[in-house]
Design a protein around this ligand. Structure first.
Ligand code: CMC
Length: 435
């Protein structure tokens, strides 16, 4: 609590009102306006939540001006270099990095849940083979509530724990199944003697005829992609999960809602859109065509955007993009693709955009999606699957945020209000008299 306040005055003579100002541990204070409607009969208006904190949270902190990202207080750079994804999952879910004992319990707990109900493959079979993986994932994750009915009670902390582990453990299996289905190959069962990332890559790339030998650099890159995407504060899909779960629905349904939201090109779909953009520029002539493309991205009359650039919160280089660019060098070096034309094009495009006044004045910098597509493509992941991998990695963040919300004694169903601008009350006129 604080003794600082903010006073709102009205020009129409209504009495002014005093609101408490609440401090965070770091970051901007918030003005607690919960009493506004009760006292004045007025709402605030903030489409897109430009100035609205929708909840309090102790999970992730972003300083958009500095380009800083902390999970539970730990800088993303340290987590990306000193821990692995399952340690980060433990951190996000339970508040701290695991001790050696906790790690020894947590890892097998996840790996023992990697198989999915055998019946799920028949459900998957109902999709067209060319269905977009995000359409498939929205369906499969939602369907988990039908396959695991013993862990769907959101109010039961034990059931929530089980559904959390099930989701984290089974997402790689489901993404790999969606991929195998799309290419007509047999599903590969998970192997619990492999790391989380290596197991996923094996389920993707092995076949019953030929095993997949994990390459340490590529496995580490995959694991880093997972870490960098694990949580990101109150973004659109996380807010969707919170909103959805606020009605008391089950965790699988809420996470399916998050998957659906993530699909959009302004959010998780940007990695796919970014790689497709690079391919387009490449096809039209490569580096020589960058100027023309940038002109289109700046033109308000065109719908073209420089995908992988810009962010609602970061007004500086996204720290995840820096780490992803580093990984990009490592992966391309390991695979002997140092001269990869797409990577060279991406670097040239980034350089030109970062020197262009349009992007500089609007503080538009590369975000995590700018380089992640190039890394995934080099690893052998098909472009259409990029966003599903983002969903796989973000699942832990969604669950941590959902758990935090449900455990908050102040939690209520999410119910925004509106500024109504439609017709005032009117009567239904009989059809013959309407003109
Ligand atoms: N290319 C060209 N212009 C841009 C771009 C871009 N990528 N991003 C923003 N702008 C312009 C925008 O037109 C606006 O210009 P003006 O002030 O003249 O009207 C200004 O910059 C501010 O943009 P905004 O759309 O008001 O910003 P926002 O906070 O509502 O949108 C964003 C953020 C991420 C949706 C947007 O930057 C964007 O669409 N970027 C491309 C898609 C992308 O890379 N998304 C991934 C985000 S990071 C991963 C994730 O969270 O999923």
């Amino acid at each position: 609590m604080t003794d600082r306040t903010a006073t709102v005055t009205f020009s129409d003579g209504s009495p002014s009102i005093v609101f408490p100002v609440l401090p965070g541990t770091i970051g901007p204070d918030v003005i607690d306006i919960r009493a506004l409607y009760g006292k004045t009969g007025k709402f605030t208006y903030d489409p897109g939540f430009l100035s609205t904190a929708s909840c309090s949270s102790a999970i992730t902190y972003i300083d958009g001006d500095k380009g800083e990202l902390l999970y539970r207080g730990y800088p993303i750079e340290e987590l990306a270099t000193r821990s692995d994804y399952l340690e980060v999952c433990h951190l996000l879910l339970y508040g701290d990095l695991p001790t050696a004992d906790q790690k020894a319990r947590f890892y097998p707990l996840v790996t023992r849940h990697t198989m999915v109900n055998e019946q799920m493959q028949f459900f998957l079979r109902g999709f067209r083979r060319d269905a977009h993986p995000m359409a498939v994932m929205t369906g499969l994750v939602g369907a988990m509530s039908a396959f695991y009915p013993d862990s769907i009670n959101l109010q039961d902390a034990h059931q929530r724990d089980i559904s959390a582990i099930r989701l984290i453990a089974k997402m790689p299996t489901l993404v790999a199944m969606a991929y195998k289905y799309s290419v007509g190959q047999p599903y590969m069962y998970p192997r619990n003697d492999q790391s989380y990332a290596a197991n996923f890559m094996r389920m993707m790339f092995a076949t019953p005829c030929e095993d997949y030998k994990p390459n340490d650099v590529l496995v580490r890159a995959m694991d880093r992609i997972f870490i960098l995407h694990a949580d990101h504060e109150q973004n659109a899909s996380t807010s969707t999960v919170r909103m959805c779960a606020s009605s008391g629905t089950n965790p699988f349904a809420a996470i399916a809602a998050g998957v659906a939201c993530l699909w959009g090109p302004a959010h998780g779909g940007a990695n796919e859109a970014c790689l497709n953009m690079l391919y387009d520029i490449q096809r039209q002539g490569g580096v020589a065509k960058i100027g023309e493309f940038i002109a289109k991205a700046k033109d308000k009359n065109s719908s073209v955007k420089l995908m992988g650039f810009g962010h609602r919160v970061y007004k500086n280089y996204d720290p995840r993009a820096k780490l992803m660019r580093e990984t990009c060098y490592e992966v391309l070096g390991e695979l002997g693709l140092g001269d990869d034309p797409l990577f060279k094009l991406a670097m040239a495009l980034e350089k030109i955009a970062l020197e262009d006044d349009y992007f500089v004045s609007r503080k538009l910098y590369p975000n995590v999606d700018y380089y992640s597509g190039i890394v995934q493509k080099a690893i052998g992941i098909p472009v259409q699957l990029f966003t599903a991998i983002f969903a796989l990695a973000r699942t832990v963040g969604w669950i941590a945020q959902l758990n935090e919300m449900v455990s908050d004694p102040e939690y209520k169903i999410g119910r925004p209000r509106q500024l109504y601008t439609g017709a005032t009350r009117r009567e239904v006129v009989p059809l013959a008299q309407r003109g």
